[in-house]
Design a protein around this ligand. Structure first.
Ligand code: HEC
Length: 123
């Protein structure tokens, strides 16, 4: 009698283990996706449209395309030492009004202030 039940018991146990493993893989992937979204450009939207005050994330989404993710420049000039060349007010003015081929109004005025403060520390 037991000899006939044993294979089914093994299959059932293996099946339960498989389900548990798949469940944990799913949970950890969901966690990865959540973390990736938190670190990504979604931040602004996740705040319910509020402007973010994190200079680096504003820079990454609005400025890095031209000035490089590490500030070393590209289409736009290197900004790694911009703070020793321009004051916070001058940088804020450039962000708000544009300069040369850099367009004005890439970010809102509050974000411009946060960015200018952050960039003026790059000396
Ligand atoms: C479309 C490309 C582009 C984008 C996007 C852009 N810039 Fe620029 N930026 C430029 C160019 C080109 C110049 C040089 C303009 C000139 O001097 O004629 C410049 C110049 C500057 C300068 C002056 C640097 C210097 O050494 O004189 C600052 C500061 C600056 N950008 C900051 C920013 C910030 C902050 C952002 C994001 C809000 C940003 N830029 C987005 C293209 C861009």
């Amino acid at each position: 009698m037991n000899r006939h039940i044993l294979p089914f018991a093994i299959i059932a146990i293996v099946g339960i283990f498989a389900a548990v493993i798949v469940y944990y893989i799913g949970v950890s992937q969901r966690e990865d996706i959540r973390l990736a979204e938190e670190n990504g450009e979604e931040v602004v939207e996740e705040n319910g449209g509020e402007t973010t005050t994190d200079a680096e994330s504003i820079y990454a989404s609005s400025c890095a395309s031209c000035h490089g993710a590490d500030l070393t420049g590209g289409v736009g000039p290197d900004l790694t030492t911009v703070g020793s060349k321009l004051s916070k007010e001058e940088i804020e003015d450039i962000i708000n009004n544009g300069i040369g081929s850099m367009p004005a109004g890439l970010v809102g005025p509050e974000e411009a202030t946060v960015l200018a403060e952050w960039l003026s520390e790059k000396q």
